[in-house]
Design a binder for this molecule. Structure first.
Ligand code: GAP
Length: 457
């Protein structure tokens, strides 16, 4: 579907049509923050709804939570974030800009090298051997790598001393691990089962962000599947497959997606894989699937003193379940959807700009357009009132009908309903399809069923 679109074009388009604005723009912006506008918020919400529907609503063994962002600081000791979570940063001595060494390598190798798993020495050697220069000034004069902990710190209470330090969570999954026992007890479910969550995470990222790709505040959609060790590899494969299916069903082109298995793993991990998308900046991680063994629950047992075990009610066997994690950024996925959906279509001498979103995630499902404002707006407003009870709808009465169609095309509205004399006389409307611009006539009472049928995910 997509033409090869440049990131700059997507950023401008998002700003122009109300998808995404620079954060705090009137103050000159605030690096790596973005605000979702009227159509952007609908798009991202619908993407989150599609994920929740697929992975929670349609799976009786997956349960949702919405855990607090601020967690007991011991959580981050147990998870390893306080002591070892750190980005490998290097400064360009020439222009003083700071970069993440792993990101420099990933961008240089077009996602072919899994730099995340490399040691500092390996990163430095790779940069040296491949003469990777500063993306800002093209210089080749780097400092040594230093670790930089990207967790945002704040304090609770009135005393600003170390005892009161709390962290903004850098990932949502810890809220799922700490609730393992609560969810198992209250749902009375047996292992295997999964816990899912969608929520904000925060990282003090130092590498400039490539729009929504890497931001300091972002939403994650994460799922942890708990199972017996002997079943865990099967679930790892299952979530690799399900994650790919989800991306394709959402509309991402198959040929722009690929698996990228990690060859270097964290000491506790049994397997790890990314799904990469071919963004305008090249092949980059869209989501991760990780086999985390018993690491997370064991560490929380150790640090909390609470046994994070499961007792099989049939065999009485007690064990710590293995964890398979599927983690995807809602903002990063929204960026992939935007890049993938955009098309410039040549019609005669004209260019039609369209966002071919899957109708389920389109910001507005339908636009109600009176053909002639003077004659048809009252009826059109009546229809809008009824339709908007069921779907996100928009109403537009300004400009020629052709211009109004184009305004809906670029924000991805799958159906435009034109209200004309036929509507006044016969209670019928013309429904125009965004993708092929074909038109059909429907009776007013058929509209709801027609849209419902065509937006299914
Ligand atoms: N709990 C595992 C975890 O957080 P991760 O690979 O660091 O793993 C998972 O992050 C996903 O979250 C990534 O694949 C990406 O989609 C998204 N993500 C991570 N950091 C991000 C950032 N700074 N901005 C936007 N999305 C980010």
């Amino acid at each position: 579907m997509s033409n090869d679109i440049k990131m700059e074009k997507i950023v401008n388009l998002c700003k122009q049509y109300g998808f995404v604005f620079p954060g705090s723009e009137i103050y000159g912006g605030f690096a790596n923050t973005w605000d979702f506008g009227p159509v952007g918020v609908e798009l991202k919400n619908n993407i989150k709804k599609a994920w929740w529907k697929r992975f929670v609503q349609e799976d009786p063994k997956t349960f949702g939570v919405d855990a607090a962002i601020l967690m007991n600081p011991k959580v981050w000791q147990a998870s390893g974030h306080v002591e070892s979570f750190g980005d490998p940063k290097m400064d360009c001595k020439k222009c003083k800009q700071r970069f993440r060494a792993d990101t420099l390598i990933e961008e240089f190798s077009n996602g072919e090298v899994a730099a995340e798993a490399m040691s500092n020495e390996e990163l430095e050697k790779y940069i040296e051997d491949n003469h990777i220069t500063c993306p800002n000034c093209n210089g080749f004069d780097w400092t040594k790598i230093r670790k930089f902990n990207p967790m945002f710190k704040t304090t609770r209470g009135t005393l600003e001393d170390d005892a009161d330090v709390v962290y903004l969570r850098p990932e949502t999954c810890q809220g799922e691990y700490v609730n393992f026992l609560n969810v198992q007890r209250t749902t009375r479910t047996k292992v295997p089962f999964a816990i899912a969550q969608i929520g904000k995470s925060f990282r003090n990222e130092i590498t400039p962000g490539n729009f929504l790709f890497r931001t300091i505040e972002f939403e994650q959609m994460e799922l942890q599947k708990f199972s017996k060790e002997e079943d865990s590899m099967g679930y790892y494969e299952e979530y690799k497959r399900k994650a790919m299916e989800f991306a394709v069903d959402l509309g991402l082109d198959k040929e722009k997606l690929r698996y990228h298995d990690h060859d270097k793993l964290a000491h506790y991990a049994k397997a790890a894989c990314d799904i990469q998308y071919n963004f305008p900046i090249g092949w980059e991680e869209l989501n991760g699937i990780h086999h985390r063994g018993v690491w997370d629950l064991s560490r929380h047992s150790e640090f909390s003193g609470k046994k994070m075990e499961y007792q099989d009610p049939d065999t009485n066997e007690k064990y710590v379940p293995n964890v398979i994690e599927y983690s995807i950024g809602a903002d990063r996925l929204t960026l992939a959807v935007l890049c993938n959906s955009y098309e410039e279509e040549k019609i005669g001498d004209d260019i039609r700009e369209v966002m071919h979103f899957h109708p389920f995630i389109a910001p507005y499902k339908v636009a109600i357009l009176p053909l002639v404002k003077k004659f048809h707006s009252n009826k059109a407003k009546e229809i809008y009132k009824i339709i908007s009870k069921s779907f996100m709808a928009t109403y537009d009465e300004t400009g020629s009908i052709g211009k109004r169609y184009r305004r809906q095309d670029i924000i991805g509205t799958p159906y435009c309903i034109t209200v004309d004399d036929e509507t006044l006389n016969n209670e019928t409307v013309t429904v125009r399809n965004r993708d092929d611009m074909s038109q059909i006539t429907l009776k007013l009472e058929e509209i709801k069923e027609y849209i419902n049928k065509n937006i299914e995910f």
